[in-house]
Design a protein around this ligand. Structure first.
Ligand code: NAP
Length: 353
């Protein structure tokens, strides 16, 4: 079993930024990248809203640069998946082994039951690492519909981030799937570039906040297909058309872009019996934007006038950052910022213990 001051689980902008700060603080952090190193930006093409890149940067290149930058200062980056954790007391225990016959794909598929089963199984063996502090930066995955053509055309017209991709759809025919705030936000972002935006929603009313709904419904350039479900995305190398069940009738529409906005699922299966997790699966920290996080922050302000270690989870010494915590912003730059704060909190916590 190897020992470390700090283990960082996850390798998106939050994980790598935490690694950079922790490495520069001489903590020699160990980063477990997960089954696919680099996080969600590995599936993006041009990232135009990460500051510092005048012409934008390709998502995978940006993530590779973050990885190399963290490694340059001494972060030990392991292309391994954490398969189990014991966060009940410090030093925390980390397992990375896959017992024979188990399927590493369960992490990619986000199969909660299988992940928890695997996690129980691995703990019958010795842990691979033990750490004085842990930062969880496992991110979130967009919920997909699971319809034909969706996976094949991701990045080729199917997108899960209008804020990132809207500018590529100037004067194009685009469809947004969903009826929540994300769908409204995506629709409005797209409407700045094209007047051919259609929202496809499965019910006859949106779930989004009234103000966001009003902005969409009062915009004459935006159409809504109520009682509608996207059934198929069709295209060779890019999206060309879609099939939609509209009120029980299958219809075909020409399309250039399909934006899925049916919610995100934080990747927290490994921790949900060990840390406080909210109803939607987000890890709660002392200052996260959940009812629990805000209540705890208020309590700390009332008691001490200060929230100490804002990025700390319900377990002392375990911190969390990025999309696994963030119910609201979910941007590369906000995740990076949170990674920085988690590393600074972890450093100070380690100093004080
Ligand atoms: P959400 O509120 O859970 O909405 C998901 C939407 O997708 C719902 O309209 C849902 O339909 C639809 N949906 C879910 N599964 C579907 C399926 N299989 N097929 C078709 N439609 C499906 O998720 P969100 O919009 O990502 O928002 C998440 C949280 O972040 C919310 O609390 C939201 O308020 C917040 N948020 C806030 C802002 C902001 O304030 N600016 C921006 C974005 C997000 P039903 O309505 O029929 O269930």
């Amino acid at each position: 079993m190897q020992e470390s001051n700090l283990v960082i689980i996850g390798s998106g902008p939050a994980g790598y930024t935490a690694a950079l700060y922790a490495a520069r603080a001489q903590l020699a952090p160990v980063v477990f990248t997960g089954i696919e190193s680099g996080g969600q930006l590995m599936y993006t093409t041009l990232v135009e809203n990460f500051p510092g890149f005048v012409q934008g940067e390709q998502g995978p290149k940006l993530m590779m640069a973050m990885r190399q930058q963290a490694a340059r200062f001494g972060a030990q980056i392991k292309d391994q998946t954490v398969t189990g954790v014991d966060l009940s007391q410090a030093p925390f225990k980390i397992w990375t082994n896959f017992p024979e016959g188990t399927n590493p794909e369960v992490f990619k598929q986000g199969d909660s039951a299988a992940i928890q089963q695997l996690s129980k199984q691995v703990k019958q063996q010795q842990p691979s690492y033990q750490a004085k502090a842990v930062i969880i930066a496992t991110g979130a995955v967009s919920i997909m519909l699971g319809i034909p053509g969706e996976q094949e055309l991701i990045g080729k017209g199917v997108s899960t981030c209008a804020v990132c991709d809207a500018a590529f759809y100037r004067d194009k025919k685009v469809f947004v799937i969903g009826g929540g705030d994300s769908a409204m936000e995506d629709t409005l972002a797209l409407s700045k570039f094209t007047d051919q935006v259609t929202v496809i929603h499965r019910r006859d009313q949106f779930r989004a906040s009234k103000i966001m709904q009003d902005r969409v419904l009062n915009n004459n350039n935006i159409k809504v297909l109520w009682h509608s479900n996207l059934k198929e995305v069709i295209g060779q190398d890019k999206v060309e058309k879609i099939k939609v069940d509209v009120n029980g009738e299958l219809q075909e529409f020409a399309a250039d872009g399909v934006f899925l906005a049916i919610g995100h699922r934080p990747v927290s299966d490994l921790f949900n019996d060990q840390l406080q997790i909210d109803q939607k699966g987000y890890v709660v920290t002392r200052q996260s934007l959940t009812v629990a996080g805000v209540t705890q922050a208020q309590q700390a302000l009332d008691d001490q006038g200060l929230v100490t270690f804002p990025s700390m989870t319900s377990q002392s010494g375990v911190f969390a950052a990025g999309d696994v915590v963030d119910v609201r912003y979910k941007q590369a730059v906000t995740a990076a910022g949170q990674g920085c704060t988690a590393a600074l909190d972890a450093e100070r916590w380690l100093e004080s213990h």
